[in-house]
Ligand binder design. Sequence first.
Ligand code: FPP
Length: 228
Amino acid sequence: MPKTALKHLAIIMDGNGRWAEQRGLNRTKGHEKGAEIIRDITTYCAKHPTVETVTFYAFSTENWKRPKLEVDFLMKLLDRYLQKELSTYQDNNVCFKAIGDLDAFSPKLQQRIALTEEATQNNTDLTHILALNYGGRAEITTAVNSLMKEGKTTVSEEDISSALQTPYSNIDLLVRTSGEERISNFLLWQLSYAEFYFSQTLWPDFNAEELNEIIEDFEQRNRRFGGL
Ligand code: FPP
């Protein structure tokens, strides 16, 4: 019997570049393979009995610093991915949402994101969130500014929580692949009481079997939330 049910899983997908370089391939090949893994993990989560939400860190506010060719490739890949995976979302009853500052993306990509959100909004087995041009500090700052615009002069934790782009959910488990052990400005507020799991596997080699083992490990953890 699990001690703890996993509801919201967050994933930092790391290691695409290294995976490609180890094979003498261009880094973009690692991103392509990485996108396929997102699909596999999403369908696994949609069937999982307790997982309600999975949030993937797909593009951070810092990722713009990469060479233009790689950034352009990631934008095209995202557009292709959303186009191709719409049927995966529909077949698996998955609701798609994007968080982050989407204004920085091309109008075409913004439209694709909006269309995918709209087409899947009534799906209920899983909420699949892609964090795009996302930064945790920026999300909190935007939330506080919007509360000030409403006229608040002091704010409570509840006010901030409800003004975030992911207001409904604390993260239960954060998984980061590739052996790096950092949060990298991901979901800072929502990770307050999360459990962490760092996998040595590079993201393009990650799979549902490994995730299943990680979740089984999580389910045996004793979460005390500061209590005894
Ligand atoms: C980290 O690998 C990965 C990212 C930049 C974000 C994840 C992106 C994908 C899985 C590609 C496609 C995404 C979508 C939604 C279509 P890295 O390049 O930092 O790897 P490295 O640390 O080995 O260089």
